[in-house]
Each structure stands twice: as structure tokens, then as C-alpha cells.
Write a protein that binds this ligand. Sequence first.
Ligand code: NDP
Length: 446
Amino acid sequence: MQKKISGFLREIEKRNSHEPEFMQAVKEVAEDLIPYIIKQDIYHGKNILMRMCEPERVLMFRVNWVDDKGEIRVNRGYRIEMNSAIGPYKGGLRFHPSVNLSILKFLAFEQVFKNSLTTLPMGGGKGGSDFDPKNKSDSEVMRFCQSFMTELFRHIGPNTDIPAGDIGVGGREIGYMFGQYKRLKNEFTGVLTGKGVSWGGSLIRPEATGYGTVYFAEDMLNYEGNSLKGKTVTISGSGNVAQYAAEKCLHLGAKVLTMSDSNGFIFDKDGINEDKLKHIMFLKNVKRSRISEYLKKYPNASYMRDKKPWGIKCDVALPCATQNELDHIDAKNLIANGCYCVAEGANMPCTIKAISEFKLNKIFYAPGKASNAGGVAVSGLEMAQNSLRYSWSREEVDEKLKQIMINIHRSCLEYGKEKDYINYGKGANISSFIKVADAMLAQGVV
Ligand code: NDP
């Protein structure tokens, strides 16, 4: 079996040799799927997994814009349209200097499986730019977003490809891009999700990824008769996902000890309560400043520059910042300190070796494609509301989100139960694969 997996990965590597993040995502999936596919006659001779590893379309384009000093800047824009077997391409846009083809292809690949898990009819895609919104004025961000959309608009549409936010793309950026799309197409349509509530957005969309991650962690703990109540939680990141993961932890009675950004983390041993979290939201969303400023208001907390929060003792860890932010040393530290549940709010935050440590030590581990699927699920609900020209209440959307997370948990159990361990990664990979693969089989070689 290992020979078959290595042979498959060698083939993929030939075409994608300079794309380590993409190869990492494929490897993680192939190790679960190849042993499964081999046992299923219907997939024989169809080369389904190889087809799923090749994007249906990759768009790459120049984005010129003028900064506040009147200088012309050049960035690169991308959209990866990965797989449309079960619905139009759907997935976020990331604006961050690290953005490149490898990162976007890994994200688009993961998105295909994640979207399938939600049970909603959405294919997978991802896009973005190496533009850095940090330290840019609002006008600069607006001009960049308008220029980006001036190319992207011809490739997307409410029945073709529906982008959303991701790192560096929040409500402000979605607003500027939506405005430009509307101007170019002369059409008010649900082409982006994460819109403001008064212009086609869904209630609970900003909260959905963080809330969903915590609902999933709670589902895992509930499964063995436990819950988040009274538990200590370490969180990385202080952006959209981290903020609402922290909020839901507080709703469920857990104590949040840490949050971070790319410069370091804060540790508040008394717990980050609702007031303190509000202050973090103000620092990050309004002031657009650094997490270290937390100490000015709460000097009892500590700040560790250039460090990650995984050395802090906790019951539950929620990595909610970025890919590969938790390695095997971090995993060992977490386990040694008694952590028994890790749910990924970010995409692929744990390295393959870190995941092996979790499995070896049989602690709960939820891969992002399952635990952070709440964001895209509510994006799917936003699309449904746009089509209906109707809005559901906060309670209705939250209830649907909870139910979707329960269903994803159930799908993981169906295919992930092992003798004395629930392999959530394997469960998520197999159950999401079946839906996409069967649709691809039905639609022929296209
Ligand atoms: P935001 O831009 O709102 O926040 C990102 C956070 O992560 C910030 O605190 C940022 O710090 C930190 N961060 C970014 N890069 C690094 C790095 N290299 N090292 C350490 N910290 C870093 O993004 P989101 O919260 O939306 O996204 C976070 C993760 O969740 C990403 O992996 C994204 O793909 C995933 N995700 C997001 C969804 C959504 O709905 N938004 C849906 C599903 C997954 P700083 O301010 O210093 O940059």
C-alpha cells in the first residue's frame, strides 16, 4: 500500500515540484484515500484522485494600483477554480504577502473536501493576492480591491464562482470588491459572500468559522460525555476566526488563556473575558493595531514576542491563525501539558508530524476541513438567502450552523472510527471524497 501511495505522490510531485504546501495537503489526503479507493470497484480505472489534484482552471493576473503618494504599485492576483463537480466554485480570497500558487492550491484543494462535508452544493476554489493590507490607508485598500475586481469580475458570478474572505480580507475588502463588481456588471447579485447584512449578507457569517470550530470541539467532547464547560483553552490568532472562537468558548463556559498575532502572543492567566475580548476586537478591527497593546489596558497579562502559545498548559487548543503554525514540538508540548483536544480553526495549521503525535497519543484532533467548515457553510446559507431574496434571523442561521457541524461530526464518525480511536481526518477525507467522486463519475470525463 505504501508503495502505491508513494508512486501516486511522485506523479503529483512531477507537476507540482515547487509547491510544498500543496504537496503537504495532497499527501495528507492520499494516505487516507488510496487505501479506501483500492477497495471500491466503482473507482477502478477512473483516475479520480489524480483528476481531483489538478485544478480545473488557474487564473493569474496583474493588479496595478496607485498608492497615496501617487506611485504605481504592482501586485499579482490569483483565482484557483479547483473542482465544480458538486456546485459552483466557492472559497475565500486571501490578501497576504506570503500568497503564492502553492498556498492557494493547497487551500483550494482542501476547500473541495470541506465544501462537500457541509452537504451544501458548493464546489471548491480559492484566490487572493500578495498584496498586504497592513499599514495601508482605507483609500489604498479600496483602490487595490477595485483593481483586483476589475480583472476577476469576468471569471466569477453567482452560478460560476463565488469568492469570500480569508486572511486579510474582511468586511471592508468584501465591500470594496462587491461595489466594483456591481459597477462593472450593473447587477446586484450574490457574487461574493461575507457581505454586510444591509446589502445581502447573512447574519452570523462573521461569527460562523469561529463558532463552528468551537461547536465541533464541543461535539467531540460531548461524544465521550465531556464538554467545554470549565475547560482551559489556548487560541492562536486574533483575526476573524480567533475572535469568534474565543467568544463561543466563553458562551460555553470555557476559560480562554491566549490569543496571538504574527508578532507574538498574550497570556492572561485570569482568562480573556467578554470585556477583554471586546477590547481585542477594537484593537484588531477598528484600530488595526497589534495584540501586544492588550497589556496597556490589562498589565497583569504577559506578552511573549515571537513565540507561539502552545507551551501554555491547557485542556483544549484551537489554532486559528495560519498554515503550519503548530509543529511536532508544539504538539509534544501540548500533550505533555495535558491537552487532549485540538480543533483546527485555521486551514492546515498543524504539520503532518504534529498530527501524527496527536494520533499516536490518541487525543482528539479535528482537521480544519471538518472543524472550520462552518464559515463556508454559512456562506452557502448566504447564497441561499440571496437566491430567495430573503433573510433568516440570527437564531435560524445559528441553528442551521449547529446542525451542519453536528452532521459533519457524524460523517467523520461514520468513516473514521478505528479500534480505540476516532480518526477524524480519515473520516472527513473519505466521506467528503465519496460525494465529489460520485458526481465526477456521473458527469463523465470532463
Ligand atoms: P484574519 O486575517 O482575520 O486573521 C489572521 C490572524 O492570523 C491574525 O491574527 C494574523 O496576525 C495571524 N497570522 C497571519 N499570518 C500569520 C503567521 N504567519 N504567523 C502567525 N500568525 C499569523 O484571518 P482569518 O481569521 O479569516 O483566517 C485565519 C485562518 O482561518 C486562515 O488559515 C484561514 O484560511 C482560515 N479560515 C478562515 C475562514 C473565514 O471565514 N475567515 C474560513 C475557514 C478557514 P497579524 O495580524 O499579525 O497578521
